[in-house]
Design a protein around this ligand. Structure first.
Ligand code: DOR
Ligand code: ZN
Length: 427
């Protein structure tokens, strides 16, 4: 047996303080603190929590085409600092990721800027140019390295086309991530339809714009006996449909985002474009339903839907500002607030951000046992930080958290035994 090439001292793992010995990209053992190890690189964990590397199943990294909002290098830097070992990057780039050329380009850019990770897994478009008219070359996308397929941002309204997409994707063994939104019901909407949109005189998107499409997908998944993964679920009605589907054994999985678990439509008051996101922030009742659903596993995973935009784009009237919240930098801290409030426990975070997404997207498993890949992070739950544009590694400064102080800080991120992020400000 070779010796370790990295030892992380003083990490809190399942209630015990341990030293993590890493060798050749794998966890060698958890040693009692203070056991004299061989000479190798050592990092002091200062008692921070050890967590399995996070997987974000839904990000927008904007390259190619919108590098002024984000590029793959800056997006992966934000992912590294956020504790992620892998991200799945959506296809609404320019050109759209509907060809091997774009997929290969994205993978090359990722390797060039972050050769040791976090890993970027491209998500191919379901339909050509995301137009919803004809299928994209799904086999070509699969061969080029796409890990999933999605028309995220531009929902597929034609059910027959969606059916064919599910059938092809299943032949290729690729999950389909569906953005559930009825385009007719959602036309022109800039926020949730309800009390606040009425007060503000803004066009609202009703929850049924989402849930109608959720119901369609569930019925289709049942009829075809094929899996469908539902993107960024935002409301109670969708949760209830998903619960019903799961009881029936329909092969449905679903995700939501920290912002839907924490904030309501009230956040848009004052015409706050930083809270403009699609699907929109809903009501306190929807938040409550989503919290219960993630606790119970009705919603399987958390994702950021990291949607970076430039300041000048968000500094616009509500109608003109683009949808989206920059999420990679703040994801774990926002999730930790749910633990602090007793809504989730630590193991829920490991399940929602690591175990389940790895299963759903067929990424390598990681239970942090000896012999497992050394994909882990250290998280200091007692630290706090104030969200400023400068501190965010993403180019997208568009988060409603700006100016807020958040709990918990990622101190170290190790992917495959390589240190991809280390907060050197800690002595
Ligand atoms: O808020 C959103 N932003 N929702 C989407 O569906 C697309 C995304 C984006 O690409 O900015
Ligand atoms: Zn998205």
């Amino acid at each position: 047996m070779s010796g370790p090439d990295l030892i992380v001292n003083n990490a809190l793992w399942q209630g015990d303080m341990v030293d993590v010995w890493v060798d050749q990209g794998r966890i060698l053992r958890f040693a009692p603190v203070g056991e004299v190890g061989p000479v190798c690189r050592k990092i002091d964990g200062h008692g921070a929590l050890l967590l399995p590397g996070l997987v974000d199943g839904h990000v927008h990294l904007r390259e190619p085409g919108f590098e002024y909002k984000e590029d793959i290098a800056s997006g992966l830097a934000a992912a590294a600092g956020g504790g992620f070992r892998a991200v799945l990057a959506m296809a609404n780039t320019n050109p759209v990721n509907d060809s091997a050329a774009v997929t290969t380009f994205m993978l090359d850019q990722a390797f060039r800027s972050h050769p040791h990770g976090p890993l970027l897994h491209p998500v191919g478009a379901l339909t050509r140019n995301l137009e919803g008219q004809e299928l994209a070359p799904l086999a070509e996308l699969s061969e080029a390295g796409c890990k999933a397929l999605s028309n995220d941002g531009m929902p597929v309204s034609n059910p027959d086309l969606f059916r064919r997409a599910l059938e092809y994707a299943s032949d290729l063994g690729l999950p389909v991530i569906d953005h559930c939104e009825d385009p007719h019901l959602a036309t022109g909407a800039v926020m949730n339809e309800g009390r606040v949109s009425g007060l503000m005189g803004l066009k609202g998107q009703p929850v049924v714009a989402e849930s109608l499409h959720v119901a369609r997908d569930i019925l289709m998944a049942e009829y075809l006996n094929l899996p469908v993964h539902l993107a960024h679920i935002s409301c109670r009605q969708s949760v209830e449909l998903i619960a019903w589907a799961k009881q029936r054994g329909v092969r449905i999985t679903a995700e939501t985002c920290p912002h839907y678990l924490l904030w309501t439509e009230d956040m848009v008051e004052g015409y706050n474009t930083l809270a403009k996101v699609n699907p929109p922030l809903r009501t306190a009742d929807d938040v409550e339903a989503l919290r219960q659903a993630v606790r119970q596993g009705i919603i399987d995973i958390l994702v950021t839907d990291h949607a970076p935009h430039a300041d000048h784009e968000k500094e616009a009237p509500m109608d003109d500002a683009p949808n989206g919240i920059s999420g990679l930098d703040t994801a774990l801290s926002l999730s930790w607030t749910l633990v602090q409030r007793g809504i989730l426990v630590l193991d829920d975070l490991c399940r929602l951000w690591s175990r389940r997404p790895a299963e759903i997207f067929s990424l390598r498993k990681n239970s942090l046992a000896p012999g497992d890949p050394a994909d882990f992070l250290l998280f200091d739950p007692d630290a706090t930080w104030t969200v400023t544009p400068q501190i965010l590694r993403s180019k997208g400064k568009n988060t409603p958290c700006l100016g807020q102080t958040l709990p918990g800080r990622v101190r170290l991120n190790v992917v495959d035994g390589h240190t991809v992020f280390h907060d050197a400000t800690v002595p």
